[in-house]
Ligand binder design. Sequence first.
Ligand code: PGA
Length: 253
Amino acid sequence: MRLVAGNWKAPRQSVAQAVALAGACSGALAPMPVGVQIVVCPPFTALPALRAVFGEGVLLGAQDVFWEDGGAYTGEITAPMLVDVGCTHCIVGHSERRRLLGETDQHVALKLQACWRHGLVPILCVGETLQERQAGRTAAHLTTQVVAALGSSAPAPLAIAYEPIWAIGTGRAASAQDCAEGLGTIRSALVSLWGTAARVVSCLYGGSVTPENCDAFWGAGAANGALVGGASLDALAFAAICRAAADGGASRA
Ligand code: PGA
């Protein structure tokens, strides 16, 4: 089944506005498309309120998690806290956190473990910079990120989003071929670590996904879904992407 996750990031948005957007998403998604798992990742502050807005059809995800389960860690949000407010998924290692907040491969690996200890499905983000791409280092970089994140961990529920950094928020999405190549590298790294268990990992594409370009990523791009940033703040656009991802476009009442 395909997976479409909306990453709302940190919009200038009150909880009331988040609730209104979630309501608009629910309305736009009715009747719920089948054959696609839909996850919405709002800011932490909106999680409890959104749990009440979304019914069973839309799952809740966080955008980050701390690696310890609790203690004297001022400002952190832990995996048990996320489970308590209804999260089933959590984005881990988004490039904005790696670049702006100093998140390292080691932090990412610890965060994955925290998710798994508490039954959260991590959405691990990996992707190369434009400089790395131009230097022909895309495959090496993606492999390094996947191996560093998963290390010696046993197979566990996981989604990986290939998010080329140059495609995030730029309106310049990767081509279907770039997507297929990036995901091919990621899948090979996964197979080398997890063997046949790697087959159940959802491999997503992220970076300027829109209703207009999304079909290319699960078509020739060979993605199992998408991680959607900007377009997930537009209820109609997000619903259109979810519907396009649904197998055969079928709906359930
Ligand atoms: P974008 O963001 O769709 O706005 O490019 C994707 C992401 O950062 O996950």
